[in-house]
Design a protein around this ligand. Structure first.
Ligand code: ADP
Ligand code: MG
Length: 218
């Protein structure tokens, strides 16, 4: 199985009554999976478990051939840098770096930034309508622009597993649909697995495969 697979996951934050339990969840390559649910229902927590940023108390998460809990922290980090793209809910940009530097950050850490990748990143920025800000500091951008930089950064290194936490929350309707077109097209063309968190019910038709996170909590 080269997709995403979760089995018998149990998770609790220390000292908190919040519980997440996922018996089974599969995402097939080339498809998108929607995680839906109201604020506070556990969407971000589940995404963090799926990317190994949080460790469950029981159960296993597999991304392709990698079983996350059997890797060391360093191996998980290396795996994430090459195979995982993450759009964080708060974007997690470095405000004192330029748009270009933020987008190329994963490649920079892997010392893998090539001229070709830089030009692909630039094409992505054009498609996301942020190329005019290429040399501006991320801290000088609007929320919607920052969100699009975060999306470009998550995709630029061509990850097989793409996780996006409410990636359209700061966008107007037109830009929202352009971003969704891009994410869906990327998923199909690269045969990637996309897991997208949203509480926007208008996006539901794009995700025939989805789960309501409330169903996993108690
Ligand atoms: P969502 O993304 O759906 O809004 P979250 O996954 O952020 O929900 O949060 C789910 C629940 O876990 C909430 O009750 C939240 O307060 C709690 N929570 C989130 N992060 C932590 C944390 N680091 N420590 C303890 N509780 C947390
Ligand atoms: Mg959240």
């Amino acid at each position: 199985m080269s997709g995403i697979s979760l089995k018998n996951i149990q998770f609790a934050y220390p000292g908190s009554p919040f519980r997440l339990q996922v018996k089974g969840l599969e995402v097939t390559p080339g498809t998108g999976f929607g995680l839906l649910g109201p604020s506070g229902s556990g969407k971000t927590t589940l995404l963090r478990l799926m990317t190994g940023l949080l460790q469950p108390q029981a159960g296993e998460v597999r991304l392709g051939d990698a079983t996350l809990h059997t890797l060391s922290e360093a191996e998980r980090r290396a795996f994430r840098l090459s195979e995982v793209g993450l759009v964080f809910q708060d974007f997690a940009l470095l405000d004192y770096l330029t748009v270009e530097e933020n987008i190329l950050l994963p490649q920079t850490f892997r010392r893998a930034a090539t001229a070709n990748q830089a030009s692909q990143a630039r094409d992505l920025a054009e498609r996301l309508e942020i190329s005019q800000h290429w040399q501006k500091l991320a801290g000088q951008l609007s929320q919607g622009e920052r969100q699009r930089v975060a999306i470009a950064r998550a995709i630029a290194h061509k990850p097989r597993f793409l996780f996006a936490d409410e990636p359209t929350a700061s966008l107007d309707a037109t830009r929202r649909s352009r971003v969704m077109d891009l994410l869906m097209e990327y998923t199909a063309q690269q045969q990637a697995c996309l897991v997208m968190v949203t509480h926007d019910t208008e996006l539901m038709p794009l995700f025939p495969n989805h789960a309501r996170v409330e169903d996993f909590t108690s």
